[in-house]
Structure formats: structure tokens, C-alpha cells
Write a protein that binds this ligand. Structure first.
Ligand code: FAD
Length: 384
């Protein structure tokens, strides 16, 4: 990739990125967190976070300096501590930027990536289904038929987040036919950026979720959607996915980290008043903090080499992500035990965090999916 092709916004990240994210998180985001939980999509906050550089720290800079995955995860955690749904949408925006930059497609880089980095345009990812398909959990839902100059895509993705009428997201479709008659394209997948406003695309409202209602999540229906070369991320998709999968999964740890730290903080908040009785609970804040700090140190080490394509590295990333999800569930649940009735109020962040933690555990890769992949990859690594 030629650094000269990269947008100038990637030349330098603000040195005080975490301070800037914290100010947004504890100001406008905190005041909207309840409304987001009830279904309000926080477009202004997302744009402010993007403009502060919170969703582009992981991208390669204009001078060729590699992105900082650890910083991107820390920025996501600052917001997720206040609102897990926003942390999740930051991850969506982060990986959409990664897809565009790692594509090497000039049409997706340059001005389109620059606008994404500035937060003028927003996007997400529809890779749950392909990730589950590659792990033999379900089959691919989008089909691409080669036509003159591109593909016609058909099918429906049931849930894609951080969307709006003019947003976009990374998607993968199975290529249907072998037009050359030589078998070369059989069984191939292609990845592309799906524009929500393209002819043939319809966004439909999802049924009401128990959490994550403000995440701009829609089912996406494609009827003869034309995808030209300017939207192609990778064709074939699998070698590209092998390159970005570590970073894709690792970045999700930012959502978990914020939820865990927020839960621990809310246990300490009632310690003076309720410590005399809370001391009889499991998963006390000091214990959780020690386990969490060790996990963060591990994640930050993994974040130094996000493009390591070795199986061992990926197993480590999956394991850290699974530990994050499990700790999220324990910490959020324990925070509710610590806070009692005040934490059970509808307006309390403590019960909201329980639902956010459950989402971290079920969003792809879900805990069950992580364990299946770890088992499969570990078996492959075993000497015959
Ligand atoms: C709020 C929210 C936001 C999400 N955002 C994204 C996103 O941005 N991008 C993305 O790619 N994915 C997204 N997902 C999907 C998510 O990552 C998981 O893939 C999804 O939750 C299914 O995982 P699972 O482990 O339940 O799958 P499994 O347990 O393997 O089961 C899923 C299967 O069950 C069936 N199924 C699931 N729900 C229903 C239902 N209500 N009725 C009938 N059948 C059903 C489907 O056929 C599906 O194949 C989102 C999900 C939610 C709930």
C-alpha cells in the first residue's frame, strides 16, 4: 500500500485521544445513554467520536506508521464504560475503516476513507454470517452472480448495526457460477462494501431487542444489487479475511473492557454504604480488577501484532476475546448483586450493563462460536 494514497487525517492522531474520548463519553454520551438503550441512534455522538480520532487510531497513518490497535481498544473502552451500545457501534465503524484501508482498492481508500475517518459518513460490518459460515455454523446468506463489470447480489442479512439510509458496511457473498467454464471461480467468496442507498437494497426494522436498541440495527435485503469494482474489498475473500481476522476480533475487546471497568466502578460506588454486607458476595471488585488488569495486559500485547496470520496467534486472540466476554458477564452480574435494588431501576446503568454484557457474549463470535473455533484450530495444530 502506498502511504501517499492515504488521507491526511491519518497523518497524526491527537496525542490526547483518550482525554478527548473521555470528555465526549462523560458529557454528551452519558446524558444520552438511557435514550440510546431505549432506541435513540446517537448519530451526533458517533460523529464527534470519529472527529476526535476515536475510530481510526488502528489505521495506518499517511506516513506509513502502523496503526495503534491498543489505543483504538482503549478509546472504545472509554465510551463502552458509559454506554456499551456506543462501544459496539465504534467497533462497527472501526472495522468498516479497516475493510476499506486493507482492501488496497483505490476507490475505497482516498476520499471515501477520509470521509469515513472524519465521521462524515458512517458504516458497519455484516460479517457475522460469513464468520459463522467459515466456522461451519451456518451457510452464506448472500449470493453473487457474476455479470458484465461486476456482480448481482441477492439475499438477506438479518441484523446489521450502525446503519442508516446512506450508510454502508462490509459484506461477503458466495460467488454462484463459473462463467469461464474452467472451475476457477467455484466455491469462491467475494467481499464488498454494501451501500444502503444502492438500488435493490432495502433496510427493514428488526424486532425489538432486550438491549442494543439504539445501535441502528436493521435487516438488509438485497434484490439484484449491482456491485462494481469500486466497491470490491477482496475477491477472493478468504485470504483477505485470514489477514484481518485477528484485528477484527481483537478490537471487540474494547467493548468488553469498557463494560467490565464500568461494572467494577459501580461496585466501588456502593462500597462505603454496603461493603459490610457486600463482603459476603463472590466476584468482589478488587478480585475482578486484578483479573481484568491481567487480561488487559494480554490484550495490549496481542494488539502489537494484529496482522500476525499464525494459527497460534489467532487462538490466543479468540481466547482473550472469550475471557473478555465471560468476565463481562460475571462483572455485570456481580455489580447488580452489589448495588441491589438501586441497580435494578430501569434508569440504572447497572442493569443496562447486564444486558450489554449478554450482547458481548452472543454477538459473533459468540462464546459458543469462540470455543468451537478454539477447539477446531487447536486440533489442527496438534501433531498427527
Ligand atoms: C442487536 C444485534 C446487533 C447485531 N449486529 C450485527 C452486525 O452489525 N453485523 C452482523 O454481521 N451481525 C450482527 N448481529 C448478529 C450477531 O452477531 C449474531 O450472529 C446473531 O446474534 C446470531 O448469533 P447466534 O449465536 O444466536 O447464532 P446461532 O445460535 O447459531 O443461531 C442463529 C440461527 O438461528 C436462527 N435465528 C436466530 N434468530 C432467530 C429468530 N428470531 N427467529 C428465527 N430464527 C432465528 C437463524 O437462522 C440463525 O442462523 C447482531 C445481532 C444483534 C442481536
Amino acid at each position: 500500500m502506498n502511504p501517499a494514497d492515504l488521507p491526511p487525517e491519518l497523518a497524526a492522531q491527537p496525542a490526547n485521544l483518550i482525554d478527548a474520548v473521555r470528555a465526549i463519553a462523560q458529557g454528551p454520551l452519558a446524558s444520552q445513554a438511557y435514550a440510546i438503550d431505549r432506541g435513540a441512534y446517537p448519530v451526533d455522538v458517533m460523529k464527534q467520536l470519529a472527529a476526535a480520532g476515536a475510530m481510526s487510531a488502528h489505521l495506518t497513518r499517511a506516513d506509513g506508521t502502523p496503526g495503534d490497535y491498543g489505543l483504538a481498544i482503549a478509546a472504545m473502552a472509554e465510551a463502552a464504560k458509559v454506554c456499551g451500545a456506543t462501544g459496539f457501534m465504534m467497533w462497527c465503524q472501526c472495522v468498516a475503516g479497516l475493510y476499506m484501508q486493507a482492501s488496497g482498492n483505490p476507490a475505497l481508500m482516498g476520499e471515501r476513507l477520509a470521509r469515513h475517518v472524519r465521521g462524515e459518513t458512517l458504516g458497519g460490518t455484516g460479517l457475522s454470517n460469513p464468520m459463522k459460515s467459515f466456522a461451519q455454523i451456518e451457510s452464506l446468506l448472500l449470493k453473487a452472480t457474476p455479470v458484465e463489470g461486476g456482480y448481482l447480489v441477492n439475499g438477506t442479512l438479518p441484523w446489521v448495526s450502525n446503519l442508516g439510509p446512506d450508510h454502508y458496511f462490509g459484506a461477503i457473498a458466495s460467488v454462484q457460477t463459473d462463467t469461464q467454464g474452467d472451475g476457477a471461480s467455484a466455491g469462491r467468496e467475494m467481499m464488498f462494501m454494501l451501500r444502503c442507498d444502492a438500488p435493490g437494497v432495502t433496510l427493514k426494522a428488526c424486532p425489538e431487542f432486550s438491549g442494543m436498541e439504539g445501535t441502528g440495527t436493521y435487516s438488509v435485503h438485497c434484490k439484484d444489487l449491482f456491485v462494481g469494482s469500486e466497491d470490491v474489498v477482496a475477491d477472493p475473500a478468504k485470504p483477505y479475511i485470514a489477514r484481518i481476522r485477528g484485528g477484527f476480533v481483537l478490537l471487540q475487546c474494547g467493548i468488553a473492557a469498557g463494560i467490565i471497568q464500568g461494572a467494577i466502578d459501580s461496585m466501588w460506588a456502593v462500597e462505603g454504604q454496603l461493603g459490610h454486607v457486600n463482603q459476603y458476595l463472590e466476584d468482589r471488585p478488587a478480585e475482578l480488577q486484578a483479573e481484568f488488569d491481567a487480561l488487559v495486559a494480554r490484550i495490549m500485547k496481542l494488539a502489537e501484532t494484529p496482522f500476525d496470520t499464525s494459527t497460534d496467534y489467532f487462538i490466543d486472540v479468540l481466547d482473550a476475546r472469550a475471557h473478555g466476554a465471560e468476565l463481562c458477564l460475571r462483572a455485570a452480574n456481580s455489580a447488580l448483586m452489589h448495588q441491589g435494588a438501586r441497580g435494578y431501576l430501569m434508569g440504572s446503568e447497572v442493569q443496562r450493563r447486564v444486558r450489554e454484557a449478554q450482547f458481548v457474549a452472543i454477538v459473533t463470535p459468540a462464546i459458543k462460536h469462540l470455543r468451537k473455533e478454539i477447539a477446531r484450530l487447536s486440533a489442527e495444530e496438534m501433531p498427527a
